[in-house]
Design a protein around this ligand. Structure first.
Ligand SMILES: [Fe+2]
Length: 387
């Protein structure tokens, strides 16, 4: 959900005759949400979107919560990981989950996907920690780079081509509910307000439509119900000549998020970037620290009685934490207070600015480390406040 946008050729009126050069009709597809009551887009195909040649055997593609991990402040160290698997889907390692959201990492060896992916289970938010590339989807070509959030509405058919040189690290979030801009920053007609930390100019929709008319065999891996369903179609899924609407993938750079600061410590909601069912996403970006003469820039101890809080450390020095690396996750669970490590509060006094960059995910229901996540647990973290 961003704003109305269109690419390519569309007929002047929807649901009317729109003909190809040979006189046949283009195939219209309405992609809609919440029945017919949510946001939607209309796509115009050269071929029938149901032109299925074969359906392969479904394979399990889901994660399990490791409830035995128990109640403890958790640090997952992923800095030492250079690749997490061969291709985009096998490289996805979801490290924490509940019924509403999963969060993990993905660093595929294969930079160019040789299949398409369609997530029918949830919306995706991909944060490009390292890497630069192009996302090809039915909505067009979207160029993405380090620091981008890529919002991908469910059922978007897409594939990535990442540059071969340099590291590739993606933070991957799958959401059961739609990923949206923050409601309190929108007016009644959906426009982002003056006090929003970003506005429509910062939201980058696909820039150019890619239309592939040729027939052939095209594999689309469809995730539905925690299974991967291999579908082979008789034409490229990128057979769109035009589309319009509010539903499409887009990018928003964390570097375009304008921080809100104050005289005393500002709470995390000022960093909120997206909302979804059961969780929020916040961006901690380089900013000036609090400017009250007696301000303490480090956060206070905090008991979030009904949330679990995850921070993914992307860049810079985190002044309130020791032993945290680039690529670390901390999970501070509701039920325990959390706060700065000993000595860091005093050290923060007088600091004028921070160059930190981090992505936060706060869930409103308990979040569990997955069985795969256990591989990354730092066993010393729960006792790291010991004086
Ligand atoms: Fe907190």
């Amino acid at each position: 959900m961003a704003y109305y946008f269109k690419l390519g050729n569309i007929p002047p009126k929807r649901h009317t005759q729109f003909r190809q050069p040979d006189g046949s009709l283009y195939k219209e597809e309405l992609v809609s949400s919440k029945g017919f009551s949510g946001i939607y887009s209309n796509l115009y195909h050269i071929h029938n979107p149901n032109n299925v040649l074969a359906i392969g055997k479904p394979t399990p593609y889901h994660w399990e919560p490791a409830k035995e991990h128990g109640l403890k402040q958790t640090h997952l160290k992923t800095a030492g990981v250079s690749t997490t698997g061969k291709d985009y889907l096998s490289a996805r390692k979801m490290l924490m989950m509940n019924n509403e959201v999963m969060m993990g990492i993905c660093s595929p060896e294969q930079r160019k996907m040789d299949y398409y992916f369609k997530n029918a289970d949830g919306d995706e938010l991909i944060y490009v920690h390292d890497g630069e590339g192009v996302m090809y989807s039915q909505f067009g070509k979207l160029e993405v780079r380090q620091g981008d959030y890529i919002v991908i509405p469910r059922t978007t058919i897409y594939r990535f081509e990442w540059k071969e040189e340099g590291p590739l690290r993606l933070l991957v979030i799958e959401s059961h509910g739609p990923i949206e801009t923050v409601k309190r920053y929108r007016n009644e007609l959906g426009q982002l307000l003056e006090h929003s930390p970003y506005c429509e100019r910062d939201i980058r929709p696909p820039g150019e439509l890619v239309t592939e008319a040729e027939k052939g065999e095209y594999l689309v891996q469809i995730k539905k119900g925690g299974m991967l369903h291999p579908y082979t179609y008789g034409h490229s899924p990128l057979d769109i000549v035009g589309w319009d609407g509010f539903l499409y993938p887009y990018a928003l750079s964390i570097h375009d998020f304008e921080p809100i600061t104050g005289r005393i410590h500002q709470p995390p909601p000022v960093h909120q970037t997206f909302q979804a069912w059961g969780f929020v996403i916040c961006s901690f970006v380089p900013r000036l620290f609090d400017y009250h003469p007696l301000a303490i820039p480090a956060p206070y101890n905090h008991s979030n009685i009904d949330s679990d809080e995850v921070l993914y450390y992307a860049e810079g020095e985190f002044m309130s934490r020791k032993g945290i690396d680039r690529g670390s996750f901390t999970i501070h669970m509701g039920g325990l207070p959390h706060g700065p490590h000993p000595g860091t509060v005093e050290k923060s006094i007088g600091a004028k600015e921070t160059h930190e960059l981090a992505v936060m995910l706060d869930t409103f229901k308990p979040l569990f480390v997955t069985t795969q996540g256990l591989d990354f647990v730092d066993p010393d973290y729960p006792m790291s406040w010991k004086e």
